[in-house]
Write a protein that binds this ligand. Structure first.
Ligand code: NAD
Ligand code: MG
Length: 391
């Protein structure tokens, strides 16, 4: 049985993780939950899963939840925390052995880092943690002897293809991308796209930030850097393959030319289960994969149009140059995507803002840094991006 802390339990990955727990109650126990501010859903989750502690990032909401629990369920023994300290407290619960990291953004870095330090296995969906902090997180994972279990579907696919394979046999990673809602759009066509359109992902149902990242192709850029950390390979040995059907979740090419891939329906339930049941296999919760489904016919593969979607090249650049640059790029992107989601800027402003913050930072790149340096530079870059946007 895995004893879980679920960070970001009210989000897309968090709720799907709890669905896996709900369907397999004898295999999992939940001891802590965290969210940003959705206390209504968290309240229901508390009643259902009976965690020992929870955290709500927003302090006022945390107090509101605490009051409500005391009034309506005085019998429940659940501690309510808030802020970064609350996230960390929930992540390092002595009772848990595994942390499911599904917070969105670099906010997930600190609790993940602290949990690794306490020897917990990490099932990680929160890619921004590795993009910004991979150079510190990966050596720590090794040092502490914990498992880092990839939940991001492409990385879970690559990981499975690599099971039992010698590291030196890995030649290239072929990471697949749906291409998002604007695949095939020219730069001109991208100019006027709306938030509503950008949120209509053709194959995946996900949280707002990652859906926008998928529409700019930044999601794939973040995933290239994430894969370079997880599989200890430089970004120039990773190719992005646009595959709109999202049937093949990624592939690896081995030294002798063999190409292995992992296929399935576009659902996060399976990668969550692969990570949480590792090294065993769990029961099947999804409909069987049907190769005769029309969606599986005519699988196509093409290159990403980086003239239209410039953030992918920028992410490769950050992945090559390393240092604090990936964190800077990530934080500027978080700020710009947030502003786009709030309807304050246009779609192409996302790219230009990230580029400005990134290129201004380049000269101050340093190679020795701590988690606090990453968080500080992330804060600075976030503010800088907002300044550029006049927000
Ligand atoms: P989401 O927006 O649906 O959910 C994010 C969760 O994090 C929410 O519960 C929110 O309350 C919580 N949260 C945000 N800031 C917080 C903070 N400071 N402290 C505590 N909780 C906080 O996002 P999502 O789509 O579930 O994505 C979560 C992460 O998983 C992202 O990093 C994303 O890139 C990654 N991911 C998501 C999918 C997917 O299908 N949704 C697939 C692959 C990877
Ligand atoms: Mg992914």
């Amino acid at each position: 049985m895995r004893v879980l802390s679920v960070l970001g339990s009210t989000g897309s990955i968090g709720t799907q993780t709890l669905e896996v727990v709900r369907q397999n109650p004898s295999d999992f126990k939940v001891v802590s939950l965290t969210c940003s501010s959705n206390i209504n859903l968290l309240y229901e989750q508390i009643l259902e899963f009976k965690p020992l502690c929870v955290s709500v990032f927003d302090e006022a909401k945390a107090l509101e939840l605490e009051k409500r629990l005391k009034q309506e369920h005085p019998d429940l023994n659940v501690d309510v925390y808030h802020g970064v300290e609350g996230d960390v407290t929930c992540a390092v619960m002595p009772e848990s052995d595994t942390v499911l990291g599904a917070i969105v953004g670099v906010a997930g870095l600190k609790p993940t880092y602290e949990a690794i330090l306490r020897g917990k296995d990490i099932a990680l969906a929160n890619k921004e943690t590795l993009v910004a902090g991979g150079d510190i997180v990966m050596p720590l994972v090794k040092q502490m002897g914990v498992e880092l279990l990839p939940v991001d579907s492409e990385h879970c696919a690559i990981w499975q293809c690599l099971w039992g394979e010698k590291k030196e046999n890995l030649d290239r990673i072929l990471i697949t991308a749906s291409g998002g809602p604007f695949r095939g759009y020219s730069r001109e066509q991208l100019q006027g796209v709306t938030v509503e359109k950008a949120l209509q992902h053709p194959t995946w149902k996900m949280g707002g930030k990652i859906t926008i990242d998928s529409s700019t192709m930044m999601n794939k850029g973040l995933e290239v850097i994430e894969a370079s950390h997880l599989f200890d390979i430089d970004v120039d040995h990773i190719d992005v393959v646009v595959h709109p059907q999202s049937v093949i979740h990624s592939m690896i090419r081995l030294r002798d030319g063999s190409v292995l891939g992992q296929m399935g329906k576009p659902s996060m339930i399976l990668p969550i289960m692969v990570a949480l049941y590792y090294p065993e296999r769990g029961p099947r919760l999804l409909e069987e994969f049907d190769p005769f489904d029309p969606k599986c016919c005519n699988l196509t593969f093409s290159k990403c149009d980086t003239n239209a979607f410039g953030l992918l090249d920028l992410a490769y650049d950050a992945g090559r140059k390393k240092g604090l640059l990936p964190a800077v790029m990530n934080a500027a992107n978080e700020a710009a995507v947030g502003a786009f989601l709030d309807g304050k800027i246009s779609f192409l402003d996302i790219e230009s803002t990230v580029e400005s913050v990134y290129s201004e930072f380049e000269n101050r790149n340093v190679f020795e840094f701590s988690i606090d340096d990453i968080l500080e530079v992330s804060r600075e870059s976030y503010i800088k991006a907002k300044e550029i946007l006049g927000l």
